[in-house]
Design a protein around this ligand. Structure first.
Ligand SMILES: Cc1cc2nc3c(=O)[nH]c(=O)nc-3n(C[C@H](O)[C@H](O)[C@H](O)COP(=O)(O)OP(=O)(O)OC[C@H]3O[C@@H](n4cnc5c(N)ncnc54)[C@H](O)[C@@H]3O)c2cc1C
Length: 423
């Protein structure tokens, strides 16, 4: 998204531009598919969050229709066959912890949190259900390995996103609306608009740069450019050889960040049958693998249930086959919405951490003991090299909105730096 937006802006300004994409398809962390029942669904980024105005405007411009989520006041928390009531002491305790985190996240000073991982912090929480709920919530919200993510980094992310309530909520939060044709349709349409200017299957392996431009070595040959915008996240940028080497601050950023792990599945049914039974299809799953379930049914159906598993538990799913994963996840819903859950008409899934081009998602994360990868990540240009990508956005970093903002900002930077230079 960041690269396509930047290229479109530059092209509109009459600048000769090419997008070099490593994968066989454009879109990166956004990817829409069509189900066997003809509906569109997203395996990557999908929600248009509250206040994501660039994203909403882009959807409108590209003729994509938005719809609100079908959502309850709060999700049902289920632990195997057991439904954990909102008045259960474990839930009240988890709620208290979330409130304390929300308040603590407002303070930038790290205190003890600098050296403490989320995993270590949570191990001190009494009560398995409370602990498990918090574990699943943090993993699904961040895609971090909880033993490889500091409380301070988590607090920074919460602060950047305007609080935990905004991060976790559907209505009024980050999961507010969806796109009928899939959010991935936007990157497809942007790429189609750029036509031959988007070259897929072109991985950039090395960049030789100086103040007047750069030579890019790719899997499809070398190219010369006056300016380059690198829109891959820092851990993926580390796979490119830079000559001369990048400043130490940049290499430290690449070294001290990693991509989150996330598995996403969409089960497609003739009808959203669960709505008759429970009124909604939103669940927090506390048994292994833990995760979150959302009703992402488009207007008029068919029924879509979207399942997210993140962090180490997402990688544990890689050890089983598609059928095993389906059973492990949909099986947890059977006591709550019925055996029909086990017979979807379609099952779409993707483990983003196994995607060699993207590296993982939702976004790059800081390793503990450093503040290098805190949001927003730096984007200071280095000679002819400019940086974009959602991680660098000053607003909604980590989201599609942030990718759009960063692409617009990088395009402006390039236009400014080329002004007065022959292009
Ligand atoms: C499962 C999942 C769910 C998500 N849900 C949401 C959501 O609901 N709402 C939301 O707003 N956000 C969501 N996100 C995050 C959102 O998708 C991302 O923030 C956004 O798509 C990032 O865009 P980008 O352009 O910054 O990076 P990317 O999409 O990662 O683009 C970088 C591109 O560079 C390519 N590339 C990598 N290395 C090279 C190389 N060496 N040479 C050439 N090309 C290279 C990659 O293939 C990729 O296409 C989700 C992400 C995931 C994975």
């Amino acid at each position: 998204m960041a690269g396509l937006i930047a290229a479109r802006e530059l092209f509109r300004q009459g600048i000769d531009v090419l997008v070099l994409e490593s994968a066989a398809r454009p879109g990166g962390r956004m990817m829409a598919e069509t189900s066997a029942l003809g509906s569109r669904l997203d395996l990557g980024g999908q929600w248009v969050g509250h206040g994501h105005h660039r994203f909403a405007a882009l959807a409108a411009e590209l003729g994509a229709e938005l719809f609100p989520m079908h959502t309850p006041k709060r999700p049902a928390v289920v632990d195997g066959p057991r439904r954990v009531s909102a008045m259960n002491p474990a839930m009240l305790a988890a709620h208290t912890v979330l409130l304390a985190w929300e308040l603590r996240a407002k303070r930038a000073a790290p205190g003890k949190w600098a050296s403490q991982t989320v995993g270590a912090w949570l191990r001190n929480v009494p009560g398995r259900t409370t602990r498990r709920l918090l574990e699943v919530l943090v993993a699904v919200t961040t895609t971090a390995d909880l033993d490889r993510y500091s409380m301070h980094a988590f607090a920074g992310a919460v602060r950047h996103q305007g609080g935990l309530k905004a991060m976790l909520s559907t209505d009024g939060g980050a999961q507010e609306k969806l796109i009928v044709d899939g959010a991935g349709t936007l990157t497809d349409r942007l790429a189609a608009g750029l036509g031959e200017r988007v070259l897929t299957g072109r991985r950039v392996t090395a960049i030789h740069h100086d103040d007047s431009g750069a030579t890019l070595h790719t899997t499809g040959g070398a190219l010369r450019a006056a300016r380059v915008i690198v829109t891959v996240p820092p851990p993926m940028s580390a796979r490119i050889a830079y000559d001369p080497p990048l400043p130490e601050s940049r290499t430290m950023l690449e070294r001290n960040t990693y991509m989150g792990s996330v598995y996403k599945a969409i089960a497609v049914y003739e009808h959203p049958f669960w709505r008759q039974r429970t009124g909604h299809g939103e669940f927090m799953l506390l048994a292994h693998p833990g995760g979150a379930v959302f009703d992402t049914t488009p207007p008029g159906g068919p029924g879509h249930l979207c399942i997210l598993v993140a962090g180490t538990e997402a990688r544990e799913l890689d050890r089983t086959d598609a059928e095993g994963r389906r059973q492990a996840l949909l099986g947890q819903l059977v006591p709550h919405i019925g055996a029909e859950a086990l017979a979807p008409a379609g099952w779409h899934e993707k483990s983003w951490h196994l995607d060699e081009h993207v590296g993982g998602g939702y976004a790059a994360l800081a390793t503990p003991g450093t503040t290098d990868g805190y949001l927003p990540m730096p984007s200071q240009s280095v000679g002819a090299l400019h940086w974009a990508g959602t991680e660098t956005a000053f607003e909604h970093a980590g989201y599609i909105e942030g990718a759009i903002q960063s692409g617009e900002r990088a395009a402006r930077e390039v236009i400014k730096s080329l002004r007065g230079t022959a292009t």
